[in-house]
Design a protein around this ligand. Structure first.
Ligand code: SAH
Ligand code: SF4
Ligand code: F3S
Length: 444
């Protein structure tokens, strides 16, 4: 990447981000590049000279939201013809033609592997008469790029790019490319730098972090990486996402047990409870295997929390298959579950499978699943009433300045009265009013 001397000084940008933490992390990189070019952040789209949408295509709802908002930008563009509008991220990577035809007022489209080319793309877009498109089908190495981070308490550090699992419902491998691991040394250096800047909590990111290092071919594992990052001085908490139940090996659980900074929160996406559906999803584990894994996790790391992702209405899912999912939820008793309606993604095998489940049936099943999970979440949280928990303070809540928010090691959101000066501190909070989604407490 070549950046001349702040050519866009005085101009303002606004980035709208959809999707997962990987996308949030990419938006920090986009912001870093724009800052190096002289741009400053705008408060809203209305006051921006450049608007970038960093999009997601994992479900149709994510795409619909982005297209809706992009359409609404037409008015701004009419008022200010110099406004630049760019669309990047997974939706752009998946279908540039659809972006170009649906959003005729777009100035540039860039793929998930082309963020480093933004300076050249912007230059071209400023003078071009038609939309500039820069989109590689595959990654060409992993560039080290500048970042502008939020300045909060917690920072993301990417450890793997892409995904090579090909779960049959999922678009991610097609839009993010094959799994590529960053070098351990680069990761450790980034963590050290962030800790020096005051970030107390680091979350290691990848679509399947458990297979970290395989592509490097040096025998360096995710468990080893956890141990190495754990030993960085000044770091207070270490998290990682996402894990894959198939690859969550015993050496990883042992590393979590042994490393004092690694939090006792396990996010293990189950996706479905029926063996037949799991097989069709290409997940590589069975319900029995998943239950054994949960048992091992609870034995080796007590006092933990476990969350999951579940898809409802995968093609061919019968009422009996769905009952298996409910049964797994009852057996495992997750602290929290992110539940989704199956959304056919063209290009993935599941989109063309027969026996697609009607939307009405999917919605009815999702409601039953959510009602069950809510009861379980509330029951589990109720047991925390009166307990004193370690909380990392994230800052004041958006709506009420005098209320602080923070997270327990088990990743539960806690709200309590306190002053802004506690931001970034580890404090002890007694839980006074547990709820389904968060915990109210008081500082002690
Ligand atoms: N790599 C991560 C994140 C993938 S996307 C993981 O494996 O968990 C996050 C979640 O979206 C997935 O866990 C899955 O539950 C859901 N998801 C992915 N594709 C989907 C689809 N086509 N329809 C509905 N939900 C989907
Ligand atoms: Fe998608 Fe599966 Fe990869 Fe997760 S592990 S990103 S669900 S293909
Ligand atoms: Fe969405 Fe892309 Fe993440 S499809 S979930 S933003 S990897």
């Amino acid at each position: 990447m070549h950046i001349q001397d702040k050519p866009y000084k005085g101009k303002k940008y606004y980035i709208r981000t959809y999707g997962c933490q990987m996308n949030e992390r990419d938006s920090e990189t986009i912001a870093g590049i724009l800052t190096a070019l002289g741009y400053e952040g705008a408060q809203s789209e209305r006051t921006a000279d450049l608007i970038i949408f960093n999009t997601c295509c994992v479900r149709e709802t994510a795409e619909r939201k982005a297209y809706g908002r992009l359409n609404a930008l037409k008015r701004l563009k009419r008022k200010n013809p110099d406004l630049l509008i760019g669309v990047g991220g997974c939706m752009a990577q998946k279908d540039r033609e659809r972006v170009l035809s649906t959003v005729p007022h777009v100035d540039f489209v860039f793929g998930t592997h082309n963020i480093q080319e933004l300076p050249e793309i912007l230059k071209e877009a400023t003078t071009a008469r038609k939309p500039v498109v820069q989109l590689w089908e595959e990654a060409r190495g992993i560039p080290e790029l500048p970042s502008l981070r939020s300045g909060g308490v917690s920072a993301y550090v990417t450890i793997t790019h892409g995904c090579t699992n090909y779960c049959s419902y999922c678009i991610v491998p097609y839009v993010r490319g094959r799994e590529l691991s960053r070098r351990p040394g680069d990761i450790i250096n980034e963590v050290r730098r962030l800790v020096r800047q005051g970030y107390g909590e680091i979350t290691l990111l990848g679509q399947n972090v458990n297979t970290y290092g395989r592509d490097l071919g040096e025998g360096f594992t995710f468990a080893q990486l956890l141990r190495d990052v754990n030993s960085v001085d000044g770091l207070r908490r270490l998290r990682y996402t996402t894990s894959h139940p198939r690859d969550f090996s015993t050496d990883i659980i042992e590393a979590v047990r042994d490393c004092d900074k690694v939090c006792e929160h396990f996010h293990l996406p189950l996706q479905a409870g029926s063996n037949l559906i799991l097989k069709k999803m290409n997940r590589g584990y069975t319900r029995e295997g998943y239950l054994r894994l949960i048992e091992k996790v609870r034995k080796l790391v007590p006092a933990n929390s476990i969350s999951t992702d579940i898809i409802v209405g995968f093609p061919g899912e019968t009422e009996a298959d769905f009952a298996d999912t409910l049964d797994m939820v009852r057996r495992v008793r997750f602290d929290n579950a992110f539940t989704f309606l199956f959304s056919p993604r063209s290009g993935t095998p599941a989109a063309d499978m027969p026996e697609q489940v009607p939307l009405g049936v999917k919605k009815e099943r999702l409601n039953r699943l959510m009602a069950l999970q809510d009861r379980i979440s509330r029951d589990i949280n109720e047991k925390l009433r009166g307990q004193e928990l370690e909380v990392l303070v994230e800052g004041s809540s958006k709506r009420r300045k005098e209320i602080l928010t923070g997270r327990t090691r088990t990743n539960k959101l806690v709200l309590f009265a306190g002053g802004e000066e506690l931001k970034g501190e580890l404090v002890t909070v007694r839980i006074t009013r547990p709820q389904t989604w968060n915990l109210y407490g008081e500082l002690i």
